[in-house]
Ligand binder design. Structure first.
Ligand code: AMP
Length: 289
């Protein structure tokens, strides 16, 4: 695996692979890798990528000053070993100064889908995400880029950007990889104490309860959200940030009851903020009456 830290080397390596006929697959991450990240590598390969690039960059632009940028977990040696085990071709590890040299000030404004839920609680977060993802796309120039549905609103923001800005690549959205008790794998799970770790699956349980209600024909948005809150309340020490039933494109309350919906939630367990979601397919697929 090539280990590259400069934009120039990155471009040269991808250009060389492309002249040999490679299809470039790209998985952007913030590192401290787990099976969720690794599954995206497999998905990109299964979709036809023959040269896999993974980036590890903890992007300061998507963290607010009161958030966990400084203490975000980092372990380059372990990540390198995991990626080598997955036969990744190139690991891009740019320093902050390479991505944001002095004077860098142009920012991508994420579309309307960035406004509710995560966007409301983390102002500027999705602009930071859209900016770094567009920069990485411009540097790597992938044919295929893979993102996890665990960050469902982020997927919607990026899908919108790809369409709105005519980016020449195919997006792959990978399923959420979970622990055996349902907790979605996340680098931030490493913040949890043993006691907090036991409480954390309450979020997934609540989303499953919402899914069950939908399957039983409960359509009232407020009723489904209330039911999920009740489920969380059964576990001490888990505080709801939001629990919502939303449309997968707008992340607002669903208007069309025949389309699939997303149950999305964010909770705090101690000082750790966790997010998760479930997609619930319903009735007629979009476009069919
Ligand atoms: P992160 O390092 O948290 O920025 O995540 C990098 C990529 O991995 C993003 O596209 C995430 O959505 C995806 N990802 C994170 N956790 C999971 C998971 N549990 N299952 C699948 N994909 C994930």
């Amino acid at each position: 695996m090539l280990n590259v830290r400069t934009i120039e080397e990155m471009r040269a390596a991808v250009n060389a692979a492309r002249t040999h006929g490679a299809t470039i697959g790209f998985v952007p991450t913030m590192g401290f890798l787990h099976d969720g990240h690794l599954s995206l590598i497999d998905e990109a390969r299964a979709a036809g990528a023959t040269f896999i690039v993974v980036s590890i960059f903890v992007n300061p632009l998507q963290f607010a000053p009161n958030e966990d940028f400084e203490r975000y977990p980092r372990d380059e040696a372990r990540d390198t070993e995991l990626l080598e085990g997955r036969n990744v071709d190139l690991l891009f590890l740019p320093p902050v100064a390479a991505m944001y040299p002095a004077g860098a000030s142009t920012i991508v404004k994420a579309g309307d889908v960035a406004a509710p839920l995560e966007g409301e609680r983390r102002p500027g977060h999705f602009d930071g995400v859209a900016t770094i993802v567009l920069k990485l796309f411009n540097i790597v120039q992938p044919d295929i880029a893979a993102f996890g549905r665990k960050d469902a609103q982020q997927c919607a923001v990026i899908a919108r950007m790809v369409r709105d800005l005519d980016l020449p690549l195919t997006l792959l959205l990978g399923e959420t990889v979970r622990e055996s008790d349902g907790l979605a794998k996340s680098s931030r799970n490493s913040y949890l104490s043993a006691d907090e770790r036991k409480r954390a699956p309450a979020l997934h349980r609540a989303l499953r309860a919402g899914e069950e209600a939908l399957r039983h024909g409960i359509e009232d948005v407020a009723a489904v959200e209330q039911l999920m809150r009740k489920m969380i309340a059964e576990t001490d020490g888990v505080d709801v940030d939001y629990l919502a039933l939303v449309d997968p494109e707008t992340f607002l309350a669903p208007l069309d009851r025949r389309r699939e919906v997303i149950l999305a939630g964010a909770v705090r367990v101690g000082k750790t903020r966790l997010i998760d979601n479930i997609v619930v397919p319903r009735g007629t697929p979009p476009g069919i009456d």
